[in-house]
Design a protein around this ligand. Structure first.
Ligand code: URA
Length: 232
């Protein structure tokens, strides 16, 4: 075989080796472990996996004593790809029984607000500052807020909403580390880890003070405008 032919043959063999290697890497890890049949492997959903991991952690959480008295963990509910996340204070009796946030009377009003925004409950994500019900619906204690804060922060990092709407004084104070009255905080945009946060009144407050529903609607209009402009 002439020298030219030998070089040509070597080149051919090298190309074939590269082709085989690339084919191998489609099915096996560099250590030779099979990756599975590509067609049968489900596309990974990192948000769902991270959410479920955090949920499992929260189910075992004993950082504060509320796990002893709760019936169910109320972790959060809704769309992991939600643009809007609502954050309330803490589960009440109905939520503790259901394991789902905002299912009682205040929740029904929140859903009315969401519907008025031309959205459904399944479009948004709803959670609370606390994931366990304080006994007899007492106010959350500062140490409970501190213990539960990493779960809220991590949830927000996983879902990455475009905007957070905090409901009531407790949620605004816990998330913004301020103590101003909610009547002064509401209606303005703040920052929570690079995400816009709009505090507004809690639906339970609105049930007692229906005259302020208009103010909450003003806040929701600001949220909707922000989302529309963000898409433009
Ligand atoms: N109030 C809240 O703050 N959260 C709930 O889940 C229910 C009522």
């Amino acid at each position: 075989m002439g020298e030219g032919k030998i070089i040509k043959e070597q080149l051919k063999q090298s190309l074939e080796a590269i082709r085989m290697r690339l084919e191998f890497e489609q099915y096996f890890s560099p250590e030779g472990v099979p990756l599975g049949n590509a067609a049968s492997v489900k596309a990974p959903n990192p948000k769902k996996e991270l959410f479920e991991k955090l949920l499992e952690k929260a189910k075992k959480c004993q950082l504060c004593s509320l796990y002893k008295t709760r019936k169910n963990l109320v972790f959060g509910d809704g769309n992991l790809d939600a643009e809007i996340m609502f954050v309330g204070e803490a589960p009440g009796r109905d939520e503790d029984l259901a394991g789902i946030p905002f299912v009682g009377v205040a929740g029904q009003l929140l859903i009315k607000i969401i519907t008025a925004m031309k959205l459904e409950r399944s479009d948004v994500f709803i959670t609370n500052v606390l994931r366990c019900r304080p006994p007899s619906n007492r106010n959350p204690l500062p140490e409970e807020v501190v213990c539960c804060r990493p779960y809220l922060t991590e949830l927000i990092r996983i879902i990455k909403p475009k905007i957070i709407c905090s409901l009531g004084k407790f949620a605004a104070h816990a998330m913004l580390n301020v103590t101003n009255p909610i009547s002064k905080l509401r209606g303005n945009f703040y920052d929570f880890e690079g995400i816009k946060l709009m505090p507004t009144f809690h639906p339970a407050y609105l049930l007692r003070n229906p005259q302020d529903k208009k103010l909450v609607w003003d806040d929701m209009k600001k949220i909707m405008k922000y989302l529309v402009n963000d898409k433009a």
